[in-house]
Design a protein. Structure first.
Length: 768
């Protein structure tokens, strides 16, 4: 498609190494060079131990060849794309380009990952031939997880090469590519730096505490949970002086950025003292472990002293739950006035920068959402507040109203017209065009009504006889309403002319699992027949889906845990986003998989070509995975656990998952025949004894608790087939019954109920 098979990254620092890792994740062979001998190999070794992991699988590291710029520039000769990621000094970068040029293939692309230097500076003195295939490709850190890529090109840049890099970055690297103008900071960092600086300087001048600032600037506006100061700690305080200095030099004298003023002297003192954020001794927040306990502390911006964090809930933040962001900004309090000063300035700044930094509002919003994890971009936030409201607020403060904001008047920047999402660009509304091969459920919803809907799930027609089942409950947890919709789909879709179904949603996570509150309440009230019925209902639903008269394709992204994993295990095939994290984690809440997870994993290892013969290997594989609540940290890793089969697809770009799943569904529907049940031969009591011995060894080493041992014992009974003989053929129904019995037995214990209750309350497992 793009003709890019081999990539060279020059610069083995955090960014360069991360880019190399993501290129390897995407399937490319990679050369990683650095000026320092051994630095590239050291970077690879370090990434193998880094969390969150830059590599989607440890084997990806084998795709990277390390070297030095002094000895190994010849390795560039067969590379299709060379990415420079070295120190942000123009003269050093230009020297490197001259050194690299003789080794480049005639059609190879050369790009810089710079975040601060303009293209016109980097290309000074560059030959016309090299200038034609040079561009800026700005990745965000960490490159594996941050989806944004800003591409900056010049009029003389070969448009076909820009398209080639954009398409490859989209499909192979999973990036959402945004075209940016050759201006300081490009898009995301131009607005993001202004926002951060406005938050810091206004908090200092207005006497607002760090925690109060994060409370009113965070959740009310859909900003990451870290808040402003927490984000600065995460990014690293030592980066700010360099970025601020660059902006002070590069921006025009009348740019509103200068009016924000200098960062407080406290910032420089913190950096000098080693308080550079999470990578240092702490930052605006720190963990004090002096007394043997971890106490979260927060700095006083006025004095520089630390005190225990209080986690305040300012009234200005609380009112947002009913009145939205506007209620926060209108709140008559110090925190409300602070939030107003930061957001009105930031949103006005963003509006004033179109078309200087980008052609349209959608490019700006995508850059901020993907580069800074905002839930809504600046223009979507303006729509939430009301464009006329923002314009009036600026007028009341005696400030200029940006031309684009003035032109919008009472009209929103985004609207749905005839089923299409449109944006206001100054002269009127234009359709927002998706790249070819992208299918979004949000677009389907704009032009249609659901086939069926209840409080936890919906069914949508996504065209060509394919339906999409969407989970809609909190965190997409599974409950009886979810089961009802799956049953309805299996029962009614064929009669409505549908020939396949995809299970997909656009939430942060595919599904965090079953709503375990059903188990807790049933156990507390001793409603054991109800608990058994819920277990049987889930099993019957998933079995019904598995043997449906049409193919069912799972299309997950994010976490697919517990019951969410079990849904996918019962699909005919899966087209998974590369960032899918699957696992049967029920042991963490004190039970075993009870909706067919044990049965499915046993079946998959039974028919796997990679296992040794005999009844015990599949049991041991399933036991290890489930007892240790192992979670695959990528879709590639999920294949190691057989959560994904060898033939299941992996899609790098999340926006392409639904389209890929739909295509897979249509292909399978051509001559579809439901699968046959798997016949199992399980080892029985001897197998359980072997598994129990293994669990006891973990307990003796202190790795597992006594209750972990009880859970493992029940799991061993299920996976070994109970009281059976290794020569007997075990049906799937027999294993499903054993699952139900084991869950019920464990639910009777106080420690399992304590685990369930703790998880519901705290969102993490209890090891008791």
């Amino acid at each position: 498609m793009s003709g890019i098979e081999k990539i060279c990254v020059i610069g083995a620092g955090v960014m360069g190494a991360g880019i190399a890792a993501q290129a390897a994740n995407g399937g490319s062979d990679v050369v990683l060079l650095d000026v320092v001998p051994g630095a590239a190999q050291t970077a690879i070794n370090k990434m193998m131990k880094t969390e969150p992991a830059p590599f989607m699988h440890a084997k990806m590291a084998r795709r990277i060849t390390p070297g030095t710029t002094a000895d190994d520039l010849a390795l560039i000769k067969d590379c299709d794309w060379v990415i420079e990621a070295i120190i942000e000094k123009p003269d050093i970068k230009q020297d490197l380009y001259r050194a690299v040029a003789p080794y480049l293939k005639p059609d190879a692309v050369l790009s810089s990952n710079t975040s601060t230097l303009p293209l016109k500076v980097l290309t000074e003195g560059m030959t016309d031939n090299l200038r034609r295939r040079f561009m800026i490709t700005h990745f965000f850190n960490p490159p594996r997880y941050m989806r944004l890529m800003e591409i900056v090109s010049a009029p003389e840049t070969d448009a076909a090469m820009v398209k080639r890099i954009g398409e490859f970055s989209d499909a192979a690297l999973g990036k959402s590519v945004v075209a940016a103008k050759d201006t300081p900071g490009f898009i995301a960092n131009r607005i993001g730096t202004f926002w951060l600086q406005a938050a810091v300087t206004n908090a200092y001048s207005q006497g607002i505490g760090v925690e109060q600032a994060d409370a009113v600037l965070g959740q009310p506006a859909g900003i990451p949970r870290t808040g402003i100061f927490g984000l600065l700690d995460l990014v690293g305080l030592d980066l700010m002086p360099h970025i601020l200095s660059s902006f002070e030099t590069a921006l025009a004298d009348d740019d509103p950025f200068h009016a924000l003023g200098k960062a407080p002297d406290l910032l420089g003192q913190m950096i000098a003292d080693g308080y550079t954020g999470r990578k240092g001794k702490g930052g605006f927040y720190r963990l004090n472990t002096a007394g043997g306990e971890q106490v979260k502390e927060v700095i006083n911006l006025q004095t520089g002293d630390y005190a225990p964090a209080q986690r305040p809930k300012p009234a200005a933040a609380l009112v947002s739950k009913k009145g939205g962001l506007r209620a926060t900004l209108d709140h008559d309090s110090a925190e409300g006035r602070y939030a107003r000063s930061v957001f009105i300035s930031t949103l006005a700044y963003a509006a004033a920068l179109v078309p200087e930094i980008a052609d349209d509002p959608d490019a700006v919003d995508r850059a901020m959402c993907l580069g800074y994890n905002w839930k809504l971009g600046p223009f979507a936030l303006i729509d939430q507040l009301g464009p006329a409201w923002l314009a009036k607020a600026l007028e009341n403060e005696g400030r200029a109203v940006p031309p684009l904001l003035a032109a919008s008047g009472e009209n929103p920047f985004y609207r749905t017209h005839e089923g299409r999402l449109q944006q206001f660009t100054g002269g009127g509304y234009e359709n927002i065009e998706r790249p070819a091969g992208v299918l979004l459920l949000e677009d389907i919803k704009r032009s249609s009504r659901p086939i069926a809907k209840n409080m936890s799930a919906s069914l949508w027609d996504i065209g060509d006889g394919v339906a999409c089942l969407e989970f809609t409950s909190k965190m997409n947890s599974l409950n009886l309403f979810t089961m009802s919709m799956i049953d309805k789909a299996v029962r009614e879709l064929p009669g409505r002319g549908f020939k396949a179904m995809v299970i997909h949603n656009e939430g942060d996570n595919f599904s965090v699992g079953a709503n375990i509150a059903m188990l807790l309440y049933g156990a507390k009230l001793r409603l054991w027949p109800f608990v058994r019925w819920v277990l049987k209902r889930g099993q019957d639903t998933f079995q019904g889906m598995r043997f449906a008269p049409f193919p069912v394709i799972g299309a997950p992204s994010g976490m697919a845990l517990g019951g969410g994993c079990e849904v996918l295990l019962h699909c005919d095939a899966i087209e998974a986003h590369a960032e899918t994290y699957m696992g049967l984690v029920e042991a963490g809440v004190g039970i075993v998989p009870g909706w067919g997870g044990c049965k499915e994993l046993l079946g998959r290892w039974t028919v796997s070509k990679d296992r040794p013969g005999g009844p015990m290997p599949p049991v041991m594989k399933a036991f290890e995975t489930i007892a240790m609540a192992q979670v695959a940290k990528s879709a590639i890793e999920a294949k190691d656990f057989l959560f994904l089969r060898p033939g299941d697809g992996i899609v790098m770009n999340r926006d392409r998952v639904l389209a890929s799943a739909k295509a897979r569904a249509l292909e399978m529907a051509k001559d579809y025949t439901p699968p046959e049940p798997v016949e199992l031969r399980l080892p029985g009591p001897t197998g359980q004894t072997a598994l129990d011995l293994g669990a006891r060894d973990f307990m003796n080493k202190g790795v597992a608790s006594a209750h972990d041992g009880i859970i493992a014992h029940e799991l061993a009974f299920v996976l070994s087939g109970g009281d059976t003989d290794a020569l007997d053929v075990i049906s799937e129904d027999r294993v499903l019954r054993l699952e139900r019995d084991a869950v019920l037995k464990l639910a009777h214990t106080k420690k399992t109920r304590a685990r369930v209750e703790y998880t519901l309350k705290n969102g993490k497992p209890l090891r008791n």
